[in-house]
Design a protein around this ligand. Structure first.
Ligand code: NAP
Ligand code: G4F
Length: 383
């Protein structure tokens, strides 16, 4: 019999990659998804199996981290060997708009899972992974940040995650549970939500290249993040739960980059050189040069002529609406413990991550543009 895993947040970026990874390892994966008025399983549709198939290895349950009876019922029914608690209201800026909900889901939600495992007498069977975050370091007290660096959260999201972190440690110490925190630094991928900065940029750059959008407005371009690829980071989650002893681990690359440089890298990936000028809310980026061979290879000759007309024009601006009331200016992690104890080493560089995301978004945006054009033609036809 293979192992049984329960993933909360299975419809999210990490949940989708982790589900695929565990299924490949022979696990039966149960996932909790929220009810929505529309389908919300795009990221895992390729793994979906009809409920009438026997011995399915992916089974979805409706649920919510704010509903303890629901969570207790699902955990009791599935009797998981491993729980990966990935569900969260995970957007830092949005947490300033919905602080109470964020505290409930991201903070108390963790307690609901730990307590369900305890009340169901599963403490010696079920191992728990809690999705903690580098946002805990916030106003950083040490550079780089490691497991012993003091926390200084800077958003309702980070404060809620602080509770999640410590309640996990507390249940481990109080009840001897195999409960661990992965303190993961930012990790991205083609599956990243469209409102997080990397995906916002790779989508916008693709649309600008295809002539679908003129300009993108950004927030704080000087913030620095330690970005890795989600595919590498879910390997770390799994490795943490395979250790004999539970513990807490920083998962990071050890390299930090500004948002501004991420924007430049994304344009450069498809042969466009952009230069930034001005300061603060007046900062802009303009296209200065097109490497035509790279552009033709990565985007296509069809789009070159219209883009050539845009040389010297602004493609990036700043809108203070994207600033946060309190910002995390710098994150850079020290993954020594993960490397030494888990043998975890990331395979993707930042350049490889940008390449992956840009290739995926250029393809996706071409499809969107084609569909729009097709839709227009069909409309004309019926007129
Ligand atoms: P994500 O793409 O935003 O996915 C979050 C998942 O949680 C989605 O499946 C979402 O469902 C679900 N969810 C949200 N609120 C819920 C609730 N009340 N009850 C049940 N499910 C709920 O996030 P991610 O990037 O995969 O991150 C996974 C986890 O790691 C999160 O806890 C995040 O805070 C944490 N983390 C992420 C990073 C990172 O850089 N990605 C770094 C450190 C920590 P819907 O699909 O219905 O919205
Ligand atoms: O991509 P972000 O929204 O991610 P943030 O705030 O670092 O949070 C992500 O990583 C955390 C791990 O450290 C996770 F716990 C959390 O769940 C989430 O996955 O913003 C990154 C930086 C910020 O400094 C932000 O101010 O980019 C800056 N930024 C500049 N312009 C922008 C924008 N962020 C967004 N989302 N949109 C902008 O236009």
């Amino acid at each position: 019999m293979g192992k049984v895993a329960l993933i909360t947040g299975i419809t999210g970026q990490d949940g989708a990659y982790l589900a695929e990874y565990l299924i490949k390892k022979g696990y039966t994966v149960h996932g909790i998804k929220r009810h929505s008025s529309m389908f919300n399983t795009d990221r895992i549709d390729h793994l979906y199996q009809d409920p009438h198939i026997e011995n399915r290895n992916l089974i979805l349950h409706y649920g919510d981290l704010t509903d303890s009876m629901n969570l207790t019922h699902i955990i009791g029914e599935t009797q998981p060997d491993e729980i990966y608690n990935l569900a969260a209201m995970s957007h830092v800026k949005v947490s300033f708009d919905t602080p109470e909900y964020t505290a409930n889901a991201d903070g108390i939600g963790v307690l609901r899972i730990l307590e369900a495992v305890r009340l169901l007498n599963l403490t010696s069977k079920t191992r728990i992974y809690q999705a903690s975050t580098s946002e805990l370091y916030g106003l950083v007290q040490e550079v780089p940040q490691k497991e012993t660096t003091p926390f200084y959260p800077r958003s309702p999201y980070a404060v809620a995650k602080l509770y999640g972190y410590w309640i996990t440690v507390n249940y481990r110490e109080a009840y001897g549970m195999h409960a661990s925190n992965g303190i993961l630094f930012n990790h991205e991928s083609p599956l990243r939500g469209e409102t997080f900065v990397t995906r916002k940029v790779t989508r916008a750059v693709s649309r600008i290249a295809l002539g679908m959008q003129q300009k993108v407005y950004m927030g704080n371009l000087s913030a620095q993040r330690d970005w890795g690829h989600a595919k590498d980071y879910i390997r770390a989650m799994y490795a943490i739960l395979q250790q004999d002893e539970p513990s807490d681990y920083v998962i990071a690359t050890g390299i930090t980059t500004t948002i501004r440089d991420f924007v430049k890298m994304s344009f450069s990936e498809i042969g466009l050189q952009v230069d930034f000028k001005g300061e603060g809310v007046n900062e802009v980026a303009v296209i200065n040069f097109i490497d035509e061979n790279v552009f033709i290879e990565k985007v296509g000759e069809t789009y070159l002529e219209s883009l050539q007309k845009r040389i010297g024009q602004e493609v990036v601006g700043v809108d203070p609406a994207y600033f946060r009331p309190t910002e995390v200016e710098l994150l850079i992690g020290d993954p020594t413990k993960a490397r030494e104890r888990l043998g975890w080493i990331p395979k993707y560089s930042l350049e490889a991550l940008v390449e992956d995301m840009m290739a995926s978004d250029v393809k996706e945006m071409k499809k969107e543009s084609y569909l729009k054009e097709g839709g227009y033609k069909i409309l004309n036809y019926f007129e």
